[in-house]
Design a binder for this molecule. Structure first.
Ligand code: FAD
Ligand code: FES
Length: 255
């Protein structure tokens, strides 16, 4: 399935509960052309359309946190119901080197689980740093564990893993276990902090950004990354999250 601008109806095969707000919707179709970090526009007639990272391509899956009208409606879907998707869209992650460090905050873990699976298939090293406010908000840790990743967990209240922000684990890894590249997905402040740390340690990083999207195809301009972020990360002004991203690649190159 590679529909880009056209919608395709997929039937829900099963639903896995990740935590109180988050579910993984496992569909009956596949998206063989999808790359980790790419996204789809998911549409429910009469409710709306929003972008979601591809969490797995076979079977096609999305991990959705219920925070508003579209995401709540998606999380209410029962097996047998349909969701309309167009994609895969955007530019995903590209593997650099052989020692890979993944950093995820919240549902940012979803595209990283897809990425970790691809890295493990290539028999390369992968460490995952996952962060959340509390233990209840950590998602997909068991998926990374089953894949065979080395995992570091951070919660802000210390209820699981080390107390503090996920960037504390990132800093420790950059110091003690220097990776060839860092791949991150999560809230904007986390991505900005990852960018600063990776620049300091001269490790290339790939960051998956979020923005308000309408067309998802580079036509409407609603997903332009703010100027300050473009300047901080070294991206040209007017960088579109849907077409040029969602993943940005830092200019640092690894020898
Ligand atoms: C490239 C890309 C990939 C994305 N991937 C995913 C994904 O894999 N899983 C996923 O669940 N979402 C993902 N999103 C976010 C998703 O597109 C929607 O923005 C989100 O589901 C909210 O849409 P809504 O219509 O349900 O609620 P909205 O009406 O858009 O939002 C409701 C309220 O919740 C706030 N809000 C939005 N997101 C969050 C959040 N994460 N936590 C807390 N509050 C929030 C909004 O600011 C608003 O106040 C992605 C976005 C982008 C751009
Ligand atoms: S969503 Fe329309 S240009 Fe990106």
């Amino acid at each position: 399935m590679s529909t880009h601008g056209l919608f395709q109806a997929l039937q829900l095969q099963s639903v896995r509960v990740e935590n109180k707000l988050t579910k993984t919707l496992i569909c009956d179709g596949e998206m063989p052309a999808a790359q980790p970090g790419q996204f789809v526009m998911a549409w429910l007639p009469g409710i709306g359309e929003k972008p979601f990272s591809i969490a797995a391509k076979e079977p096609f899956s999305l991990t959705v946190a219920a925070v508003g009208p579209v995401s709540e409606a998606l999380c209410r879907l029962q097996p047998g119901k349909r969701v309309w998707v167009r994609g895969p869209l955007g530019q995903g992650f590209a593997l650099q080197g052989h020692r890979h460090l993944l950093v995820g905050g919240g549902y940012g873990a979803a595209p990283l689980a897809f990425l970790a699976g691809e890295i493990i298939n290539q028999k390369e090293d992968v460490t995952v740093c996952l962060g959340a406010c509390t233990a209840k908000e950590v998602i997909l840790a068991s998926v990374f564990d089953r894949l065979g990743c080395r995992i570091r967990l951070n919660t802000e209240d210390g209820s699981l893993g080390e107390r503090g922000l996920v960037t504390a684990s990132l800093q420790a890894e950059l110091t003690e276990n220097r990776p060839d590249a860092v791949y991150a997905c999560g809230p904007t402040p986390m991505l900005s902090a990852v960018n600063v740390l990776c620049a300091h340690f001269e490790v290339p990083c790939q960051l998956s950004w979020e923005a308000h999207m309408r067309c998802g195809l580079g036509l409407c301009g609603s997903c332009e990354l703010p100027k300050e972020i473009c300047e901080a990360v070294g991206l040209p002004k007017g960088w579109l999250v849907c077409k040029d991203g969602p993943v940005s690649h830092s200019r640092v190159t690894h020898d």
